[in-house]
Design a protein around this ligand. Structure first.
Ligand code: UTP
Length: 308
């Protein structure tokens, strides 16, 4: 007899990290609020959760993340200012952000110390107890195709397993990621036998890297309950998933969609450029800028380019 599966209704957004790779900008500004052109990365995540049909987003935040809360709240001051000047197009942009929190509930829990991604997810345990839940890392922006979380939720509905989003990455980059040791595969769906966090070069079990989307079963939370951080070290989410492998099934989906890693400076800059080139109002101007840079003699001289 098959056990009746509970629906995935909630997503945890761990957003309590310190974003040290982006210092100094992240000294007093959450990394999740850094924009791709003019929209903060975390807003892309909330839009994906809505498009996936989720009912609740639980943001795990730490000190200094007030701007995230404010972003999804209403700003009457800016509204009033724009109303007085009849700036309807800008008012519509604000209204678009307001509507997000009408379409699902946004809850906040506090991770008091940044003890790792596994700990951040575990911090939200009481709000998801006994239910499967999605996890989205706002750094990983995935656009195009069916919403990535929805793709994982559909796999969960078919399998009842913990589901990881994976993508093949070049061999020289695997040691930056958690990597799966795949078992039998059916097309883009792989059984997971084991996972390794940041394998040594040449020692990765595959080129299938785990990216920032998951559906976790309650077994992962039970495994995280038992995981202790070592002195000064962090609780990894992969430890919780490895624990869940002992009692349950874990699968990995090679998802469809365009993936942007905005968690590193080169990845962030590339994502901004890609997004700007997709915008009809910016495309031509940006192509002109790129051409100008390409044609400029090395080293690039300010006088050759003028102010951008
Ligand atoms: P990262 O390691 O990519 O983010 O964590 P970070 O720690 O903020 O960045 P750096 O390495 O210092 O530059 C992946 C995700 O997990 C969250 C982060 O906010 C990010 O979304 N996280 C990480 C937490 O919520 N709590 C933690 O203790 C650690």
């Amino acid at each position: 007899m098959t056990e009746r599966r509970r629906e995935v209704r909630r997503a945890i957004f761990p957003a309590a990290g310190l974003g040290t790779r982006f210092l100094p900008v992240t000294k007093a500004q959450p990394k999740e609020m850094l924009p791709l052109v003019d929209k903060p990365t975390i807003q892309y995540g909330v839009e994906e959760a809505i498009a996936s049909g989720l009912e609740q987003v639980i943001m795990v935040i730490g000190g200094g993340k007030r701007a995230v809360v404010d972003h999804f709240d209403r700003s009457r001051e800016i509204e009033l200012y724009l109303e007085q000047r009849d700036k309807r197009d800008l008012l519509e942009i604000l209204a678009g952000v307001d509507r997000l929190s009408d379409q699902l509930d946004i809850l906040y829990v506090q991770q008091k110390d940044p003890l790792g991604l596994g700990h951040a997810v575990w911090t939200a345990r009481r709000l998801v107890e006994g239910e499967p839940c999605a996890v989205l890392l706002a750094d990983d922006v995935i656009l195009g195709g069916p919403p990535c979380l929805r793709q994982l939720m559909d796999v969960y509905a078919r399998t009842g397993a913990t589901v990881l989003a994976v993508r093949r990455v070049p061999a020289d980059q695997v040691s930056r990621y958690g990597v799966i040791d795949p078992g039998p595969s059916q097309g883009r769906l792989h059984e997971v036998r084991d996972l390794v966090e940041k394998p040594q070069p040449g020692r990765a079990p595959s080129d299938l890297a785990i990216l920032g989307r998951y559906v976790l079963t309650p077994e992962v939370f039970r495994a995280l309950d038992r995981t202790e951080p070592g002195a000064g070290s962090e609780i990894q989410l992969t430890d919780g998933i490895r624990g869940a492998l002992e009692t349950g099934r874990v699968v990995a989906l090679e998802f469809e969609g365009d993936y942007y890693d905005t968690g590193t400076i080169p990845g962030y800059l590339k994502a901004n450029l890609a997004m700007a080139l997709k915008r009809p109002d910016l495309r031509e101007e940006m192509l002109g800028v790129i051409r100008e840079f390409m044609e400029a003699p090395e080293p690039l001289r300010e006088s050759a380019t003028g102010p951008v």
